[in-house]
Design a protein around this ligand. Structure first.
Ligand SMILES: [Zn+2]
Length: 339
């Protein structure tokens, strides 16, 4: 009895260890269960998420994520078809040292610049211009006259190739007669007179102006020249051979030579200080130019390369008015504006 009591007393640590072991075991089980539970709930979430993603499309195909639809490149546009025979026509035709005059202009029938009641005088009665350029010229010079510019004279318009050639050859001959070599004389004359077949005068869109019976030293300094340089774009004309563009045009500054390119084009060229070569280059590079005119007209200028077939398709903003011109280089330029 005492032994057992003693034993019990001598070994009080046994039950404590048992209790501790029990607690440790319970704790282990609790940890294990909670760990499993955490793992399961993690797995459940993932499973739930993935099943939500995969299950929904099976129920309703319309909400399956679809690839972005291809945007329609011609939305809000309309197509126009240009007959490639038009490549010889238009107000924006570039004619210079590199791009010659198409054959059809050799024998064109254009209206006479001379006429009764015009706001200018003419040096000769047998001078001609394309009708749209002539209408614009008369309107422009009427406005100049209203602004007090007097004594305006037209000295040249449309030229036949034969005239351009005889004019060029005569000037070369004059220099040769003065002792210059033919080669030097030809190069010298080409600075101010275009080679035959390469003059804008030959397409009936250029005029030379002067003053009549008024003495002046330098035409560029006259009121007439200054008025035209400043206002010509309002009538579709540009000062074609500007002083700061001679390295591009290859023609000396001509304060008297004006070229009709049409409304819109003229305004853009003037306001951005671009000669015709630069404007056409820009259109080739950019394809489309948009701008607002002084008269609140929103213009879109579209360049399209001429196709190899018989027609060229061009896309322009829908519900537009438009004009088409060849650039005489590689394609067509379409000027459009809202109806
Ligand atoms: Zn000229």
């Amino acid at each position: 009895m005492s032994n057992s009591k003693r034993r019990k007393r001598r070994n009080p640590i046994g039950p404590i260890i048992a209790v501790l072991l029990f607690i440790a075991a319970m704790a282990g089980i609790i940890l294990l269960i909670s760990g499993l539970a955490r793992g399961n709930s993690y797995k459940d979430n993932r499973a739930g998420a993935s099943s939500a993603l995969s299950a929904t499309p099976k129920d309703d195909l319309s909400v399956e994520p679809e690839p972005e639809p291809e945007p329609d490149p011609h939305e809000g546009m309309e197509s126009i078809i240009i007959d490639n025979d038009e490549f010889v026509n238009g107000d924006l035709m570039l004619v210079n040292f590199d791009y010659g005059v198409p054959e059809k202009y050799e024998d064109a029938d254009y209206p006479s610049i001379y006429g009764k009641g015009t706001p200018y005088v003419v040096r000769a009665t047998d001078m001609y211009l394309q009708p749209q350029a002539l209408d614009a010229l008369r309107e422009m010079l009427s406005a100049a006259k209203e602004d007090g510019v007097k004594g305006m004279m037209i000295v040249d318009g449309y030229r036949l190739n034969s005239k351009q050639k005889s004019m060029f050859d005569r000037r070369v001959k004059n220099l040769v007669d003065e002792g210059m070599s033919k080669e030097d004389a030809t190069a010298k004359v080409a600075e101010t007179v275009a080679y035959p077949g390469h003059s804008e005068h030959q397409i009936g869109l250029a005029v030379d102006v002067d003053l009549h019976e008024i003495e002046y030293e330098d035409f560029a300094e006259t009121k007439f020249a200054k008025w035209l340089a400043e206002n010509c774009y309002k009538y579709g004309y540009v000062l074609r051979y500007a002083a700061d563009k001679t390295d591009i045009t290859k023609i000396a500054y001509e304060s008297w030579h004006f070229r009709y390119v049409g409304m819109g084009h003229a305004e853009y060229m003037q306001k951005n200080n671009l000669c015709l070569e630069e404007y056409i280059d820009k259109l080739h590079n950019e394809g489309v130019i948009e701008f607002d005119s002084e008269e609140d007209r929103h213009y879109t200028v579209t360049y399209i390369e001429k196709s190899d077939g018989g027609e060229t398709e061009c896309w322009i903003p829908e519900n537009s008015e438009y004009t088409v011109s060849s650039d005489n280089v590689s394609g067509f330029v379409v000027l459009s504006w809202e109806k």
